[in-house]
Write a protein that binds this ligand. Structure first.
Ligand SMILES: [Zn+2]
Length: 146
């Protein structure tokens, strides 16, 4: 089954909601494995689905974010053209590190559940470092004509 293309890139379709639910289930699995509760999936234009979950605790790698792992996995499996028409679904808005990876991989679209600003309010500072309260990309408001 090919990925469903929404009417525009900022509209969330019913298929997007299903894929986002899958990413949230991956986040739950991450928590069950003892990691932070973050998960991501990538749906390519041909329907290929790749998944990744957070691995920060179990690997001891502070960069083991689900989205970054997923981008690396997708980058070696998919062409630039495939990446450009792919959508990355993630349980929480990607952080600045992961947003950079998504950008440099040329992944065409991101759909996320919990916004970063809401995460920042929910999660206390870890080791004196609060979450990076930065948006992952242009907002639809900023991109919309006046
Ligand atoms: Zn991240």
């Amino acid at each position: 089954m090919a990925a469903e293309e929404p009417a525009d890139r900022t509209t969330v379709s019913s298929a997007d909601v299903v894929h986002l639910g899958h990413a949230i289930e991956v986040a739950r699995e991450s928590r069950r494995r003892g990691n932070h509760p973050f998960g991501a999936i990538l749906v390519a234009g041909d329907g290929t689905v790749l998944t990744a979950e957070n691995s920060v605790v179990t690997t001891g790698d502070p960069t083991g974010h689900a989205e970054l792992i997923l981008v690396r996995r997708a980058g070696v499996r998919l062409s630039r053209q495939q990446l450009s028409v792919s959508t990355l679904y993630t349980s929480t808005e990607p952080c600045a590190m992961c947003s950079g990876a998504i950008y440099w991989a040329g992944i065409g679209r991101v759909v996320y559940g919990l916004p970063e600003e809401d995460l920042a309010r929910m999660v206390p500072a870890q080791d004196g470092a609060p979450t990076m309260d930065l948006p992952c990309g242009r907002s639809s408001r900023a991109a919309a004509p006046p």
